[in-house]
Design a protein around this ligand. Structure first.
Ligand SMILES: *Cc1c(COP(=O)(O)O)cnc(C)c1O
Length: 368
Protein backbone atom coordinates (compact mmCIF):
# COMPACT_ATOMS: atom_id res chain seq x y z
CA UNK A 1 0.00 0.00 0.00
CA UNK A 2 1.33 3.43 -0.94
CA UNK A 3 -0.77 6.20 0.58
CA UNK A 4 -0.73 9.58 -1.12
CA UNK A 5 0.77 11.31 1.90
CA UNK A 6 1.37 9.57 5.20
CA UNK A 7 1.30 12.58 7.52
CA UNK A 8 1.40 10.47 10.66
CA UNK A 9 4.72 8.87 9.68
CA UNK A 10 6.02 12.18 8.40
CA UNK A 11 5.45 13.93 11.72
CA UNK A 12 6.56 10.85 13.69
CA UNK A 13 10.11 11.60 12.46
CA UNK A 14 10.07 14.71 14.64
CA UNK A 15 7.91 13.42 17.48
CA UNK A 16 10.34 14.05 20.32
CA UNK A 17 11.17 17.57 19.17
CA UNK A 18 7.48 18.35 18.59
CA UNK A 19 6.50 17.08 22.04
CA UNK A 20 9.23 19.14 23.64
CA UNK A 21 8.05 22.27 21.79
CA UNK A 22 4.48 21.50 22.76
CA UNK A 23 5.42 21.25 26.46
CA UNK A 24 7.35 24.49 26.21
CA UNK A 25 4.18 26.26 25.02
CA UNK A 26 1.96 24.67 27.68
CA UNK A 27 4.41 25.65 30.41
CA UNK A 28 4.82 29.20 29.11
CA UNK A 29 1.21 30.15 29.83
CA UNK A 30 1.25 32.33 26.66
CA UNK A 31 -0.80 30.96 23.77
CA UNK A 32 -1.32 33.68 21.17
CA UNK A 33 1.29 36.07 19.68
CA UNK A 34 3.93 35.22 22.23
CA UNK A 35 7.63 34.30 21.99
CA UNK A 36 7.16 31.27 19.69
CA UNK A 37 5.20 33.35 17.19
CA UNK A 38 7.83 36.09 17.19
CA UNK A 39 10.69 33.61 16.90
CA UNK A 40 9.02 31.74 14.04
CA UNK A 41 8.35 34.96 12.15
CA UNK A 42 12.00 35.87 12.43
CA UNK A 43 13.25 32.41 11.47
CA UNK A 44 10.87 32.08 8.53
CA UNK A 45 11.78 35.53 7.17
CA UNK A 46 15.44 34.55 7.43
CA UNK A 47 14.76 31.29 5.61
CA UNK A 48 12.90 33.05 2.79
CA UNK A 49 15.40 35.90 2.60
CA UNK A 50 12.91 38.69 3.31
CA UNK A 51 13.00 41.45 5.90
CA UNK A 52 9.72 40.36 7.45
CA UNK A 53 7.32 37.48 7.82
CA UNK A 54 3.90 38.04 9.35
CA UNK A 55 2.21 34.99 10.84
CA UNK A 56 -1.53 34.68 10.14
CA UNK A 57 -4.27 32.09 10.57
CA UNK A 58 -3.96 30.25 7.24
CA UNK A 59 -2.84 30.55 3.63
CA UNK A 60 -6.10 31.95 2.33
CA UNK A 61 -5.94 34.73 4.91
CA UNK A 62 -2.33 35.44 3.95
CA UNK A 63 -3.58 36.14 0.40
CA UNK A 64 -6.73 38.00 1.47
CA UNK A 65 -4.96 40.21 4.03
CA UNK A 66 -2.20 41.22 1.61
CA UNK A 67 -4.68 42.43 -1.01
CA UNK A 68 -6.78 44.05 1.72
CA UNK A 69 -3.69 45.84 3.09
CA UNK A 70 -2.91 47.25 -0.35
CA UNK A 71 -6.47 48.58 -0.46
CA UNK A 72 -6.11 50.20 2.97
CA UNK A 73 -2.79 51.71 1.84
CA UNK A 74 -4.52 53.23 -1.20
CA UNK A 75 -2.67 51.09 -3.73
CA UNK A 76 -5.78 49.21 -4.88
CA UNK A 77 -9.46 49.96 -5.13
CA UNK A 78 -12.67 48.03 -5.80
CA UNK A 79 -12.87 46.76 -9.37
CA UNK A 80 -9.11 46.65 -10.01
CA UNK A 81 -8.00 43.62 -11.97
CA UNK A 82 -5.76 40.87 -10.65
CA UNK A 83 -4.18 38.44 -13.11
CA UNK A 84 -4.08 34.82 -11.91
CA UNK A 85 -3.65 31.55 -13.79
CA UNK A 86 -6.81 29.65 -14.71
CA UNK A 87 -5.57 26.30 -13.36
CA UNK A 88 -4.97 27.27 -9.75
CA UNK A 89 -6.54 26.14 -6.46
CA UNK A 90 -9.65 28.17 -5.70
CA UNK A 91 -8.04 29.98 -2.71
CA UNK A 92 -6.01 32.23 -5.03
CA UNK A 93 -9.25 33.38 -6.67
CA UNK A 94 -11.29 33.65 -3.45
CA UNK A 95 -8.72 36.11 -2.08
CA UNK A 96 -9.31 38.36 -5.08
CA UNK A 97 -13.12 38.32 -5.06
CA UNK A 98 -13.24 38.61 -1.24
CA UNK A 99 -11.63 42.03 -1.71
CA UNK A 100 -14.04 43.20 -4.45
CA UNK A 101 -11.24 42.92 -6.96
CA UNK A 102 -11.70 41.26 -10.34
CA UNK A 103 -9.90 38.01 -11.18
CA UNK A 104 -8.62 37.93 -14.75
CA UNK A 105 -7.74 34.37 -15.67
CA UNK A 106 -4.58 33.94 -17.72
CA UNK A 107 -3.73 30.70 -19.46
CA UNK A 108 -0.72 28.94 -17.90
CA UNK A 109 2.19 27.55 -19.83
CA UNK A 110 0.99 23.95 -20.42
CA UNK A 111 4.48 22.54 -19.84
CA UNK A 112 5.27 24.26 -16.54
CA UNK A 113 1.62 24.60 -15.37
CA UNK A 114 2.57 28.15 -14.33
CA UNK A 115 1.97 31.70 -15.42
CA UNK A 116 4.52 33.29 -17.74
CA UNK A 117 5.04 36.71 -19.32
CA UNK A 118 3.25 35.69 -22.50
CA UNK A 119 0.13 34.54 -20.65
CA UNK A 120 0.10 37.73 -18.58
CA UNK A 121 0.53 40.04 -21.57
CA UNK A 122 -2.40 38.37 -23.34
CA UNK A 123 -4.83 39.56 -20.63
CA UNK A 124 -3.27 42.86 -19.47
CA UNK A 125 -5.64 45.84 -19.47
CA UNK A 126 -5.68 49.42 -18.23
CA UNK A 127 -7.31 48.14 -15.04
CA UNK A 128 -4.67 45.52 -14.22
CA UNK A 129 -3.06 46.35 -10.88
CA UNK A 130 -1.73 43.05 -9.53
CA UNK A 131 -0.15 39.87 -10.87
CA UNK A 132 -0.78 36.85 -8.63
CA UNK A 133 1.50 34.03 -9.83
CA UNK A 134 0.89 30.70 -8.12
CA UNK A 135 4.01 28.52 -7.81
CA UNK A 136 1.88 25.52 -8.56
CA UNK A 137 2.92 22.03 -7.44
CA UNK A 138 6.10 23.51 -5.92
CA UNK A 139 7.69 24.92 -9.07
CA UNK A 140 8.74 28.54 -8.91
CA UNK A 141 7.09 30.61 -11.66
CA UNK A 142 9.47 32.36 -14.08
CA UNK A 143 9.80 35.30 -11.71
CA UNK A 144 12.48 37.16 -13.64
CA UNK A 145 10.22 37.69 -16.65
CA UNK A 146 7.12 38.22 -14.48
CA UNK A 147 8.89 40.96 -12.49
CA UNK A 148 9.93 42.61 -15.77
CA UNK A 149 6.31 42.80 -16.94
CA UNK A 150 5.29 44.10 -13.50
CA UNK A 151 7.93 46.80 -13.58
CA UNK A 152 7.08 47.85 -17.11
CA UNK A 153 3.37 48.24 -16.26
CA UNK A 154 3.76 49.38 -12.66
CA UNK A 155 1.96 46.36 -11.16
CA UNK A 156 2.09 44.83 -7.71
CA UNK A 157 3.13 41.17 -7.48
CA UNK A 158 1.71 38.80 -4.87
CA UNK A 159 3.25 35.33 -5.04
CA UNK A 160 1.02 32.44 -3.94
CA UNK A 161 3.73 30.34 -2.28
CA UNK A 162 1.40 27.86 -0.55
CA UNK A 163 3.00 24.94 -2.40
CA UNK A 164 6.53 26.26 -2.83
CA UNK A 165 8.33 26.89 0.50
CA UNK A 166 12.03 26.95 -0.29
CA UNK A 167 11.82 26.89 -4.11
CA UNK A 168 14.64 29.04 -5.38
CA UNK A 169 16.00 30.57 -8.55
CA UNK A 170 19.08 32.72 -8.85
CA UNK A 171 19.41 34.64 -5.58
CA UNK A 172 15.77 34.54 -4.45
CA UNK A 173 13.50 32.02 -2.83
CA UNK A 174 9.73 31.91 -3.32
CA UNK A 175 8.18 34.83 -1.46
CA UNK A 176 11.22 37.06 -1.95
CA UNK A 177 10.64 37.94 -5.62
CA UNK A 178 7.41 39.91 -5.58
CA UNK A 179 6.10 42.70 -3.35
CA UNK A 180 4.75 39.99 -1.05
CA UNK A 181 4.51 36.21 -0.77
CA UNK A 182 1.62 34.31 0.81
CA UNK A 183 2.34 30.96 2.48
CA UNK A 184 0.14 28.20 3.88
CA UNK A 185 1.22 25.83 6.63
CA UNK A 186 -1.76 23.51 6.21
CA UNK A 187 -0.59 20.08 7.47
CA UNK A 188 -0.16 18.61 3.98
CA UNK A 189 2.01 21.44 2.67
CA UNK A 190 5.80 21.02 2.42
CA UNK A 191 6.15 23.04 5.61
CA UNK A 192 3.08 21.86 7.48
CA UNK A 193 1.85 22.70 10.97
CA UNK A 194 -0.24 20.33 13.08
CA UNK A 195 -3.25 22.48 12.33
CA UNK A 196 -3.83 25.63 10.29
CA UNK A 197 -1.32 28.40 9.78
CA UNK A 198 -0.08 30.92 7.24
CA UNK A 199 2.33 33.79 6.71
CA UNK A 200 3.09 36.71 4.45
CA UNK A 201 6.67 37.57 3.53
CA UNK A 202 7.69 41.03 2.39
CA UNK A 203 10.44 43.65 2.38
CA UNK A 204 7.88 46.44 2.67
CA UNK A 205 7.60 47.62 6.31
CA UNK A 206 4.41 49.60 5.62
CA UNK A 207 2.68 46.56 4.14
CA UNK A 208 3.90 44.36 7.00
CA UNK A 209 2.56 46.76 9.63
CA UNK A 210 -0.80 46.96 7.87
CA UNK A 211 -1.13 43.16 7.64
CA UNK A 212 -0.19 42.86 11.32
CA UNK A 213 -2.90 45.34 12.25
CA UNK A 214 -5.58 43.89 9.96
CA UNK A 215 -4.94 40.34 11.21
CA UNK A 216 -5.35 41.48 14.81
CA UNK A 217 -8.70 43.33 14.85
CA UNK A 218 -7.31 46.28 12.93
CA UNK A 219 -5.32 47.22 15.99
CA UNK A 220 -1.72 48.30 16.43
CA UNK A 221 -2.22 49.20 20.05
CA UNK A 222 -4.48 47.32 22.45
CA UNK A 223 -8.10 48.61 22.33
CA UNK A 224 -7.25 51.17 19.65
CA UNK A 225 -8.82 50.04 16.36
CA UNK A 226 -7.76 51.95 13.28
CA UNK A 227 -9.21 49.49 10.75
CA UNK A 228 -12.09 47.06 10.55
CA UNK A 229 -9.77 44.11 10.88
CA UNK A 230 -10.24 40.40 11.44
CA UNK A 231 -8.89 37.80 13.83
CA UNK A 232 -6.37 35.75 11.86
CA UNK A 233 -3.35 34.93 13.97
CA UNK A 234 -0.80 32.14 14.02
CA UNK A 235 -1.09 30.63 17.49
CA UNK A 236 1.82 29.78 19.78
CA UNK A 237 1.33 26.03 19.48
CA UNK A 238 1.46 26.04 15.66
CA UNK A 239 4.37 28.50 15.66
CA UNK A 240 6.28 26.15 17.97
CA UNK A 241 5.50 23.13 15.73
CA UNK A 242 6.58 25.11 12.67
CA UNK A 243 9.88 26.13 14.26
CA UNK A 244 10.70 22.43 14.66
CA UNK A 245 9.63 21.58 11.12
CA UNK A 246 11.41 24.53 9.54
CA UNK A 247 14.71 23.13 10.78
CA UNK A 248 14.06 19.99 8.70
CA UNK A 249 12.54 21.62 5.64
CA UNK A 250 15.62 21.50 3.43
CA UNK A 251 16.05 17.79 4.05
CA UNK A 252 12.32 17.23 3.40
CA UNK A 253 12.72 19.02 0.07
CA UNK A 254 15.82 16.97 -0.80
CA UNK A 255 13.88 13.75 -0.15
CA UNK A 256 11.02 14.94 -2.32
CA UNK A 257 13.46 15.78 -5.11
CA UNK A 258 14.89 12.28 -4.86
CA UNK A 259 11.42 10.73 -5.25
CA UNK A 260 10.71 12.99 -8.23
CA UNK A 261 14.04 12.19 -9.87
CA UNK A 262 13.40 8.46 -9.43
CA UNK A 263 10.00 8.85 -11.09
CA UNK A 264 11.53 10.88 -13.92
CA UNK A 265 14.21 8.31 -14.53
CA UNK A 266 12.02 5.24 -14.04
CA UNK A 267 8.58 5.96 -15.49
CA UNK A 268 8.46 5.15 -19.15
CA UNK A 269 4.99 4.67 -20.56
CA UNK A 270 3.68 6.28 -23.76
CA UNK A 271 0.36 6.98 -22.01
CA UNK A 272 2.08 9.07 -19.33
CA UNK A 273 3.52 12.53 -19.92
CA UNK A 274 6.07 13.36 -17.23
CA UNK A 275 6.46 16.89 -15.86
CA UNK A 276 9.12 19.00 -17.51
CA UNK A 277 11.65 20.67 -15.26
CA UNK A 278 15.35 21.34 -15.24
CA UNK A 279 17.62 19.89 -12.58
CA UNK A 280 17.56 23.10 -10.61
CA UNK A 281 16.64 24.44 -7.22
CA UNK A 282 13.38 25.78 -8.62
CA UNK A 283 11.14 22.82 -7.83
CA UNK A 284 10.34 21.54 -4.33
CA UNK A 285 7.87 18.87 -5.51
CA UNK A 286 4.94 19.57 -3.30
CA UNK A 287 3.27 17.45 -5.96
CA UNK A 288 4.55 15.28 -8.79
CA UNK A 289 1.96 15.83 -11.50
CA UNK A 290 1.79 13.80 -14.69
CA UNK A 291 -0.55 14.24 -17.63
CA UNK A 292 -2.51 11.47 -19.30
CA UNK A 293 -5.42 11.13 -21.71
CA UNK A 294 -6.45 8.02 -19.78
CA UNK A 295 -6.68 9.45 -16.30
CA UNK A 296 -9.58 7.46 -14.96
CA UNK A 297 -8.14 4.15 -16.17
CA UNK A 298 -4.63 4.95 -14.92
CA UNK A 299 -5.88 6.08 -11.53
CA UNK A 300 -7.90 2.86 -11.16
CA UNK A 301 -4.96 0.75 -12.34
CA UNK A 302 -2.68 2.35 -9.73
CA UNK A 303 -5.32 1.93 -7.04
CA UNK A 304 -5.57 -1.77 -7.94
CA UNK A 305 -1.86 -2.00 -7.09
CA UNK A 306 -2.53 -0.22 -3.78
CA UNK A 307 -1.24 3.17 -4.93
CA UNK A 308 -3.23 6.24 -3.95
CA UNK A 309 -3.27 9.21 -6.32
CA UNK A 310 -5.12 12.54 -6.28
CA UNK A 311 -6.19 15.12 -8.84
CA UNK A 312 -5.04 18.72 -8.39
CA UNK A 313 -7.58 19.90 -9.35
CA UNK A 314 -10.59 18.19 -10.93
CA UNK A 315 -12.42 21.47 -11.72
CA UNK A 316 -11.04 24.88 -12.69
CA UNK A 317 -12.10 27.75 -10.40
CA UNK A 318 -14.00 29.48 -13.22
CA UNK A 319 -16.12 26.33 -13.68
CA UNK A 320 -17.07 26.07 -10.00
CA UNK A 321 -20.54 26.74 -8.62
CA UNK A 322 -19.07 29.56 -6.54
CA UNK A 323 -18.23 31.47 -9.73
CA UNK A 324 -21.37 31.19 -11.87
CA UNK A 325 -20.49 34.55 -13.44
CA UNK A 326 -17.38 32.96 -15.00
CA UNK A 327 -18.85 29.54 -15.90
CA UNK A 328 -19.24 30.51 -19.58
CA UNK A 329 -15.63 31.60 -19.86
CA UNK A 330 -13.49 29.31 -22.02
CA UNK A 331 -9.85 28.71 -21.11
CA UNK A 332 -8.83 25.77 -23.32
CA UNK A 333 -5.33 25.26 -21.87
CA UNK A 334 -6.42 25.45 -18.23
CA UNK A 335 -9.44 23.25 -18.82
CA UNK A 336 -7.42 20.60 -20.65
CA UNK A 337 -4.94 20.50 -17.76
CA UNK A 338 -7.79 19.98 -15.32
CA UNK A 339 -8.87 16.98 -17.41
CA UNK A 340 -5.42 15.42 -17.70
CA UNK A 341 -3.47 15.97 -14.49
CA UNK A 342 -2.84 13.23 -11.95
CA UNK A 343 -0.64 13.54 -8.84
CA UNK A 344 1.53 10.59 -7.84
CA UNK A 345 2.49 10.09 -4.18
CA UNK A 346 5.50 12.15 -3.04
CA UNK A 347 6.79 12.51 0.49
CA UNK A 348 9.92 12.38 2.56
CA UNK A 349 8.85 9.12 4.18
CA UNK A 350 8.37 6.96 1.07
CA UNK A 351 10.56 3.87 1.08
CA UNK A 352 12.59 2.81 -1.95
CA UNK A 353 10.21 -0.17 -2.35
CA UNK A 354 7.23 2.15 -2.44
CA UNK A 355 8.88 4.40 -5.02
CA UNK A 356 9.69 1.38 -7.16
CA UNK A 357 6.14 0.06 -6.77
CA UNK A 358 4.76 3.33 -8.17
CA UNK A 359 7.21 3.25 -11.09
CA UNK A 360 6.45 -0.37 -11.86
CA UNK A 361 2.70 0.09 -11.73
CA UNK A 362 2.93 3.15 -14.00
CA UNK A 363 5.06 1.20 -16.45
CA UNK A 364 2.80 -1.84 -16.66
CA UNK A 365 -0.32 0.23 -17.31
CA UNK A 366 -1.79 -0.51 -20.72
CA UNK A 367 -5.11 -0.40 -22.49
CA UNK A 368 -6.54 -3.16 -24.66
C1 LIG B 1 -3.29 25.36 0.21
C2 LIG B 1 -3.34 26.49 -0.72
C3 LIG B 1 -3.85 27.74 -0.35
C4 LIG B 1 -4.60 27.99 0.93
O1 LIG B 1 -3.97 27.66 2.08
P1 LIG B 1 -4.83 27.32 3.41
O2 LIG B 1 -3.81 27.36 4.48
O3 LIG B 1 -5.43 25.98 3.21
O4 LIG B 1 -5.84 28.39 3.56
C5 LIG B 1 -3.74 28.78 -1.24
N1 LIG B 1 -3.20 28.62 -2.46
C6 LIG B 1 -2.73 27.43 -2.88
C7 LIG B 1 -2.13 27.32 -4.23
C8 LIG B 1 -2.79 26.33 -2.03
O5 LIG B 1 -2.33 25.15 -2.45
Amino acid sequence: MVSFLDLKSLNAQYKEELKEACSRVIDSGWYVQGPEFKAFEKEFAEYCGTQQAIGVGNGLDALILTLRAWKELGKLQDGDEVIVQGNTYIASVLAITENNLVPVFAEPNPESFNLDAQGIKAVLTEKTKVILPVHLYGALSPMQEIMEVAKEHNLLVLEDCAQAHGAQEAEHKAGAWGDAGAFSFYPGKNLGALGDGGAVTTNDPELAAMIRALSNYGSEEKYVHRYQGVNSRLDEMQAAMLRVKLRHLDREIENRRNVANSYKAGINNPHIELPIYEETERHVFHLFVIKTELREQLQQHLLNSGIQTLIHYPTAPHKQGAYKQYNDLTLPISEKLHEQVLSLPVSSVMSEEQIQAVIQSCNNFSVE
